[in-house]
Design a protein around this ligand. Structure first.
Ligand code: GDD
Ligand code: MN
Length: 423
């Protein structure tokens, strides 16, 4: 049905070999039901612009990438960037822009909430040199943001916009929109300074590019989502905080955001530890060893839970893996605690004139670094996740080989001769 009509209209036009003027980058995560409709609408909305679409998918479970590949197989304007082991809207957009063949890149959500009819205006504003970035704002027309799913989303949006403007010295009506056009070389200029955390890719680009790009805003109506669901949740507020910390700290100490987040959560863990210890010893009269053990366990559980939910939200462990992960985490951080006490006592013994806080702080820092490195490797590592993703992509691939082979007019034996040993 839709597929046939779609192939009929689109392939013929793709035959004209004109230089691509506009690349539309579309990040996708579980958007299967929206893909064909998006390509149809791009085709309808951009009759006078030579465009290509790059879908950047993070191995969606629903088979989004299969749909994109299927379309790309007959329409050369449609391409797929398939990432494994990765999550994140911002980084997906950046990688799509890098892969773009046009000098002007538009970024649009893959869920039909962004009105593709605005694309020609966004493109024109950048192409005519009126701006380095043309963004589509939900707040320039009354009711433009009605597509936001809830009152909470409206509140998050408003707070985010006010914060973004005041913290970064901007005066835009919608600095957090995910719908805009940009010159590709502005993205390149911004690359070294990009944070690429979370959803605020536009703000990231505006604040990273030097000199600061010229921005114009055009109105559009943010539509409601029909298929699939939003991936934006309350954690975006933490992301925003982290983004701010990274932007302000990185110029001084170039530490990765994940490490900052880990260290921050562990500092909270230390406060929790001390609070429980004091409470148990002073209010409940517990003996020190028992109180210390209880405080350590609670702080460990907090560190694990919070890091899983926030620092590693893109690789969050769930179900059975969550509990298994805690056991490994607890084991590994116990080693950290022992090392901490060891290093601190050693330093105190050697330089007994030193104020004890210095070795204690060194020990604590060492523990955080140790915990970060080992838990990154053994708790939130990605190997198993990759294996699962490959397993998901495989059956489809295998099913296609005979088909490709038939198209070439050869038998399956020509691909892998039976007598040749397999590596
Ligand atoms: N590749 C990839 N990886 N794509 C993702 C990921 C990811 O981890 N997370 C989300 N996406 C895709 C979605 O599939 C969708 O196409 C688009 O990014 C936007 O995601 P939504 O989950 O639909 O976001 P939203 O509608 O709630 O938020 C919109 O409004 C925000 C401002 O309120 C987006 O336009 C945001 O960019 C914008 O900041
Ligand atoms: Mn959306």
């Amino acid at each position: 049905m839709g597929a046939l009509r779609f192939r009929g209209t689109i392939v013929d036009r793709a035959a004209t070999s004109q230089k691509t003027q506009l690349t539309v980058v579309i990040p996708t995560f579980n958007e299967r039901e929206n893909i064909r409709e998006i390509v149809l609408r791009l085709d309808r909305s951009l009759p006078d612009i030579a465009w290509e679409a790059i879908f950047v998918d993070d191995c969606s479970k629903d088979g989004t990438s299969d749909v994109v590949r299927d379309i790309a197989a007959t329409d050369s304007r449609v391409r797929l960037v398939l990432r494994h082991n990765r999550r994140g809207l911002s980084s997906a957009v950046v990688e799509g822009a890098l892969a773009a063949s046009a000098d002007i890149v538009a970024v649009m959500d893959g869920d039909l909430q962004h009105d593709e009819k605005v694309l020609p205006q966004l493109y024109a504003a950048v192409a005519r040199g009126e701006a380095d970035i043309a963004l589509a704002s939900r707040f320039l027309t009354p009711g433009g943001a009605d597509g936001l799913s809830s009152e909470t989303r409206h509140k998050i949006s408003n707070t985010g916009i006010r914060l973004a403007n005041s913290l970064f010295g901007l005066s835009l009506t919608d600095p957090l929109t995910g719908f805009f056009a940009i010159r590709r070389d502005v993205v390149l200029d911004a690359l070294p300074e990009l944070s690429e955390i979370g959803f605020k890719i536009l703000l990231d680009l505006i604040t990273a590019a030097k000199p600061r790009p010229k921005v114009v805003e055009l109105p559009f109506n943010f539509r409601e989502r029909v298929h699939g669901e939003s991936k934006l949740d309350n954690r975006v507020m933490y992301d925003f905080f982290l983004f701010f910390v990274e932007k302000k700290i990185a110029p001084i100490v170039p530490l990765p955001a994940r490490f900052l987040s880990f260290g921050l959560i562990n500092s909270f863990g230390i406060l929790i530890h001390l609070a429980i210890l004091t409470l148990l010893v002073n209010a409940f009269g517990s003996g020190f060893p028992n109180a210390a053990l209880a405080a350590t366990l609670v702080a460990m559980a907090f560190n694990y839970w919070a890091n899983n939910a926030l620092t590693y939200r893109d690789r969050r462990l769930k179900g059975g893996r969550f509990y298994l992960g805690f056991l490994v985490f607890a084991g590994l951080s116990s080693v950290g605690v022992i090392a901490n006490v060891g290093v601190a006592s050693m330093l105190v013994a050697q330089y007994d004139s030193l104020f004890y806080l210095i070795p204690a702080a060194l020990g604590a820092l060492l523990t955080v670094v140790w915990n970060y490195v080992v838990t990154l490797a053994f708790v939130w590592g990605q190997d198993r996740a990759t294996a699962r993703q490959v397993a998901r992509l495989r059956p489809k691939l295998a099913a296609e080989i005979p088909r490709l082979d038939a198209a070439r007019g050869a038998g399956p034996a020509s691909i892998a001769p039976a007598h040749e040993p397999r590596a």
